[in-house]
Design a binder for this molecule. Structure first.
Ligand code: SF4
Ligand code: SF4
Length: 414
């Protein structure tokens, strides 16, 4: 059910077309139906009963990265992404989720035995990978470049409370699935930096997948138990902030939870209270004078803006400022740093022919800088960039990894 506000908003589109050229998908396709304006007009016609919810309409609606570039560029203030997300819900209610997505989301919501599948996924992935064809790909990413599942989830390896003497702060750390299951080093780097700053860290063991991929696929009902659980966890009174290092989880907790709950007719007060407490790790770290603690780290770094951090949360300067503080690390801005990497969650699997050109542009911009590090705070962007790098010698990292190295923190690998 599309809310009354969004239904009314659709009439504010003045068809100016300002949203067309910044849209990465339109730039590749040059077809009106793939543009934000084209989608808005199709949605309007569906809402007015002039068009049916068809499979063709569904295909067009999902030919979108949900990068929010159209929303931030629209002079009429249309929330184009929210309109498209709401229409996705209608479409999925009619046609249902595709089988692969349904299976994945059942894992993420705990409807299936995630530890069982993780164990066998890890065994099979790690043992069968060397036997797979070298050129095998999922979307644009070679199979060999997919990350290995950690031997044990991070949440099982760390205590629930990491105490410090005379704490200067106390935060709840929401790790997200990627850090928990795939890249524990990022989680440990985050905790080590916070502890070095004298901040006590609470890492609830029962935090759940943020649910954003499920919601964005058009299945908010399926994501609801995860959302309610995380909202309850994040509202505890004994922490000053809820810090998140995953751009997508941050977008969920900061921006989408209140919106989703309102759209579903649920009380969103607690989600709004949580939203006010959520900070990206870069925002939280900027409250401290980290610079004087950092040691030289030779090299050149460039930074890619994740859509879920830049446009969903408005975080642009803080990650750059943190990286610039590292002595002897040369920060160089890439061209088009704010343009989507082309990943878009499952988009790159479903539309590799569109994704590969968008990503090739990003890779070209990275290579032009001559950087040996590309830093970004989104696991999806890191996978998309790493998976498509043409040359060796560029390491794709989260900014906290470089800060932690500059602090000389003793991180052991997952
Ligand atoms: S920029 Fe906004 S008003 Fe202009 S065509 Fe796009 S959606 Fe419509
Ligand atoms: S969200 Fe991004 S990809 Fe989708 S229509 Fe808007 S600008 Fe284009």
């Amino acid at each position: 059910m599309i809310s009354k506000n969004l239904r009314e908003e659709v009439h504010n589109c003045i068809k100016c077309g300002i949203c067309l050229t910044p849209c990465p998908v339109y730039k590749q396709r040059l077809v009106e139906a793939t543009s934000p304006r084209g989608k808005v007009q199709l949605i309007r016609n569906v809402m007015e009963g002039n068009l049916e919810l068809s499979e063709n309409f569904t295909r067009i609606l999902f030919t979108c990265l949900l990068c929010e570039t159209c929303t931030v560029n629209c002079p009429s203030g249309l929330q184009v992404d929210q309109l498209m997300k709401a229409m996705r819900v209608e479409v999925i209610e009619k046609f249902g989720l595709p089988g692969k997505k349904k299976f994945l989301f059942e894992l993420l919501t705990g409807k299936r035995l995630l530890p069982f599948y993780l164990f066998w996924g890890r065994v099979l992935r790690n043992n069968l990978l060397p036997l797979l064809p070298v050129k095998g790909k999922v979307g644009t990413i070679p199979l060999k470049k997919f990350p290995r599942l950690s031997r044990q989830p991070l949440l099982k390896k760390i205590p629930e409370v990491i105490s410090v003497p005379e704490p200067k702060g106390r935060v709840l750390y929401f790790t997200g699935c990627a850090t928990n299951y795939l890249d524990g080093e990022i989680g440990r780097a985050t905790i080590e930096i916070l502890v070095r700053l004298g901040v006590e860290v609470v890492v609830p063991k029962d935090q759940m997948c943020c649910g954003l991929p499920i919601f964005l696929a058009g299945a908010p009902q399926m994501a609801l138990p995860n959302i309610l659980k995380n909202v309850a966890l994040g509202n505890r009174q004994d922490v000053d902030a809820v810090v998140v290092e995953c751009a997508t989880c941050g977008a969920a907790l900061k921006k989408e939870y209140p919106h989703i709950l309102r759209e579903m007719g649920q009380n969103a007060e607690k989600a709004e209270a949580l939203s006010r407490k959520v900070l990206d790790i870069s925002q939280y770290l900027m409250k401290f004078d980290l610079g004087k603690m950092l040691r030289p780290l030779k090299g050149k770094v460039t930074y890619h803006d994740p859509c879920h951090l830049l446009r969903s949360q408005g975080v642009k300067d803080e990650p750059r400022a943190l990286l610039r503080q590292i002595p002897e690390l040369d920060f160089v801005e890439m061209g088009g740093a704010d343009v989507c990497c082309g990943g878009g969650g499952t988009f790159q699997w479903e539309h590799p022919e569109i994704s590969e050109n968008i990503t090739a542009q990003k890779i070209g911009n990275i290579e032009e800088t001559g950087a040996n590090y590309v830093a970004t705070g989104c696991p999806g962007c890191r996978l998309q960039i790493f998976g498509n790098l043409r040359k060796d010698g560029v390491e794709v990292v989260h900014p906290v990894q470089l800060i932690s190295r500059s602090l000389g923190s003793p991180i052991s690998r997952a």
